[in-house]
Design a protein around this ligand. Sequence first.
Ligand code: CDV
Length: 307
Amino acid sequence: MRPVHVGAAQLGPIQKAESREAVVARMIALLEEAAGKSCDLVVFPELALTTFFPRWYMTDQAEVDTWFEAEMPNAAVQPLFDRAKALGIAISFGYAELTPDGHHFNTSILTDREGNIVGKYRKVHLPGHDEFDPDRAFQHLEKRYFEPGDLGFPVWDALGGVIGMCICNDRRWPETYRVMGLQGVEMVILGYNTPSVNSQKGQEGPEERLFHHRLVLQAGAYQNATFVVAVAKAGDEDGHPLLAGSVIVDPNGKVVAESKTEGDELIDYVCDLDETVFGKETIFDFKRHRRVEHYGRITSQTGVERA
Ligand code: CDV
């Protein structure tokens, strides 16, 4: 057995006016609950410290930058790091990163049990658009406020296993899991802010959104023989509903824990990383079965082409 007791700490809505300090207090409450269950690792959502600000169209870069963190940890977040260290729990959460040389990324980090940042991932697949779109029911301006991640999809040796990160829309892309799968990933952790309704197709509501959400996570887990831990920011943010449905998926593709509310909620599961071995040594033994001579298009083209 190689058990990692993981907590998926779903956050309910964060309103635009809510401070980082108030959110961090909520995160610490979930961390305390996780400590009561003896969790080794607690995963929080994408852009965990603020409302999902890319729904708001802004033209003033100084205003945009108020949603970003120039340092991590900073004064507002330090209490979370301190409490995690005191409890000996590794944590992961997402935030908007402003680098010292002025770059903007949608980022998540992983700490060890001593509160040291040991892994950083920057979101590769940015959804949405970069200019105001009057045809959408609401805006999704990630392409305006962030640059695509520049770190690829690394994995880290942590908690006795191989852990990788991705963020929200990345979970819909098979390449995300496979690049980590090719590095032997055993647990993919991710956070998401998924609007409950498609801004370009009003009839696509929560039921269908949840179906796609589970579909990609379960497929990614099974096809790469890895656990997947997906954590929502959920509920109604200033009139904009976000999907809940945080889940932990096992390497067989089965959902083993799922949230029930749209609020702050901890779900947990003891993941035995040895359960990844069977799939990795049989049907998804990449070394024996992959046929890279036929996969050239995956990296040589982006859009659809014939011939
Ligand atoms: N934050 C996201 O990346 N959200 C996307 C929405 C726009 C579809 C997602 O894939 O959930």
